[in-house]
Design a protein around this ligand. Structure first.
Ligand code: NAP
Length: 268
């Protein structure tokens, strides 16, 4: 369960990209632990849909329109959280953009869009949230990354570079902000089907089969499995964990190399 403040108010979590996909599942898991929620992204429709579902499940939710690439909007997002709740205990930097494209065909604008959402957005949100977080009795940030930040992500040079930056940011802030009691960790989901990834990444049955076959556990993860890992990292059960990345991928990134190919071929 989350930590109540001295005045007994329940804690507050801000989830960027919280209206859809993994962000919505993460928001739901935190609400189940007693957090009041702010979910933030660009599309009013995404936010309204996400908030409606979360409220049906009993959550207290405030929606905040924001483009995390723009520091002024990010500051206004945090001001809206302050006005609504007067506190912030957990920030989940989940918003992202990604579209596979060979590096030589990626335009400067495409590069800037993805790096802007993922890397700039994570820094702008963390920076803006800091004054509220440092007042929390148990403050925590979780950043969503991806294992291609360290394995390579052919076709996603923009996203892989940005996620690698977020990993460095996670470790750096963990060390810098430990003195304020703020823990900063990352979760690296393996392949999970969401509306966003079905549209951009897992676009055919053949791709879905190939990706499942590539995971030692033989399947995609679920949004709930990713949400559980965030729930753990922000909880008191993880109170001495900071600067870490929790990989939740059915063993996917480890299952590489020639010997794995022999193993998959099975015994003679
Ligand atoms: P998704 O459904 O596409 O969600 C992305 C979210 O980011 C949307 O809610 C979108 O909302 C928001 N967003 C995009 N641009 C934004 C901007 N400029 N400002 C504010 N919000 C913005 O993706 P997902 O699959 O749930 O992924 C969630 C996170 O997990 C991402 O960080 C992703 O990289 C990571 N991840 C996912 C997988 C997977 O297989 N699903 C694997 C590895 C890592 P709006 O359109 O309303 O702005």
């Amino acid at each position: 369960m989350a930590t109540a403040s001295a005045d007994g108010g329940s804690p507050v979590a801000l989830v960027t990209g919280g209206g859809t996909g993994l962000g919505r599942a993460i928001a739901g898991a935190l609400a189940a632990d007693g957090y009041r929620l702010a979910i933030a992204s660009r599309s009013e429709a995404h936010l309204a849909d996400g908030a409606a579902e979360l409220r049906r499940r009993g959550a207290t939710v405030r929606t905040v329109p924001v483009d995390v690439r723009l520091p002024d909007q990010v500051d206004r997002m945090v001001a809206a959280v302050t006005a609504e709740y007067g506190r912030l205990d957990v920030l989940v930097n989940n918003a992202a953009g990604n579209f596979p494209i060979p590096a030589e065909r990626l335009s400067p604008n495409g590069w800037r869009a993805v790096v802007g959402i993922v890397l700039d957005g994570t820094f702008f949100c963390s920076r803006a949230a800091f004054p509220l977080l440092r007042e929390s009795p148990a403050p925590s940030i979780v950043n969503l990354v991806a294992s291609y930040a360290w394995t390579a992500g052919p076709g996603t040079v923009h996203s892989a570079a940005a996620k690698a930056g977020v990993l460095a940011l996670t470790r750096t802030l963990a060390v810098e902000w430990a003195r304020f009691g703020i823990r900063v960790n990352a979760v690296a989901p393996g392949p999970v089907r969401t509306d966003g990834t079905d549209r951009q990444l897992w676009t055919s049955d053949a791709i879905v089969r190939a990706v499942s076959d590539d995971v030692p556990m033989g399947r995609f993860g679920t949004p709930e499995e990713i949400a559980e890992s965030v729930r753990f990292l922000v909880s008191a059960r993880a109170s001495y964990i900071t600067g870490q990345v929790l990989v939740v991928d059915g063993g996917q990134w480890l299952g590489k190399g020639a010997l794995h190919l022999l193993d998959r071929a099975g015994p003679e």
